[in-house]
Design a protein around this ligand. Structure first.
Ligand SMILES: Nc1ncnc2c1ncn2[C@@H]1O[C@H](COP(=O)(O)OP(=O)(O)O)[C@@H](O)[C@H]1O
Ligand SMILES: [Mg+2]
Length: 234
């Protein structure tokens, strides 16, 4: 579904990505693990067209998309739930979801809203609450729900577990698995490598703008280097 080849990105002359190569097949959960500053967000933002790559090729559903503006990439079905949730704090839950539906003009936003309510009954209870007053976990659910409203072909999630209590993290990962089981394709970025690899089909380790290591999730979990550096204690 998605193939990223030799992606380079620089921020004002500083190379953040130095040749990232990865692929996502339909129906998979693929996870990108790596320390803070490794280039995970930069990779997602370059795929979604927010960042402009200096070099490299990105193919989505058979079409080259590198260099296209972000709104066109979104319209093709690559939708991101960004790092730090970024919900519209002054708007209600429902208004946030309606904005998500505008990202991609397809029909059936009523049906998608029903799907979001069934995934997140708590959001439905709080549909008229202002998003800024939701808990961190609820805001993360809203960020995922908003992305779902755009009917993603490929859903990219940037650190959905960041800053959340362990019990909430488990709920979020359960939702991610539910989404995959309902046929979604997911590219997940996580510092919580242990949880992420548990639910993923395959993974890539991102280190200093490069992908030195990749494989099936269970192979990565068993890898001594991955264990030592990323799975502390597991
Ligand atoms: N807007 C920016 N301007 C300059 N440097 C940036 C910017 N965003 C990220 N970087 C740098 O790029 C590198 C990768 O960052 P990032 O992709 O955010 O990593 P991660 O998401 O893995 O924590 C880091 O060294 C970071 O400091
Ligand atoms: Mg990041």
């Amino acid at each position: 579904m998605l193939a990223v080849e030799n992606l380079h990105l620089n921020y004002g002359g500083v190379l953040a990505l130095k040749g990232v190569t990865l692929e996502v097949r339909r129906g998979e959960i693929v996870t990108l693990i790596g320390s803070n500053g490794a280039g995970k967000t930069s990779t997602l933002n370059t795929i979604s067209g927010v960042n402009k790559s200096a070099k490299g090729k990105i193919t989505f559903l058979g079409k080259e998309i590198q260099g296209l503006p972000a709104h066109r990439i979104a319209r093709m079905g690559i939708i991101q739930a960004p790092e730090g949730r970024q919900v519209f704090a002054g708007m209600t839950v429902l208004e946030n979801l309606e904005i998500g539906a505008m990202g991609r003009k397809t029909n059936n936003s009523d049906r998608r809203l029903e799907e979001v309510w069934s995934l997140f009954p708590k959001l439905q209870e709080r549909r008229n609450q202002v998003a800024g007053t939701l808990s961190g976990g609820e805001q993360q659910m809203l960020a995922i729900g908003r992305a779902m409203m755009a009917a993603p072909e490929l859903l990219m999630m940037d650190e959905p577990s960041l800053g959340l209590a362990p019990l909430i993290v488990e709920q979020i990962f359960k939702i991610i698995v539910e989404l995959r089981n309902s046929g979604r394709t997911i590219l997940l970025v996580e510092q919580n490598a242990w949880m992420a690899l548990q639910v993923s089909d395959r993974g890539y380790v991102l280190e200093n703008g490069r992908c030195p290591l990749w494989g099936k999730a269970d192979e990565l979990i068993a890898d001594e280097t991955v264990k030592k550096i990323y799975l502390g204690g597991h």
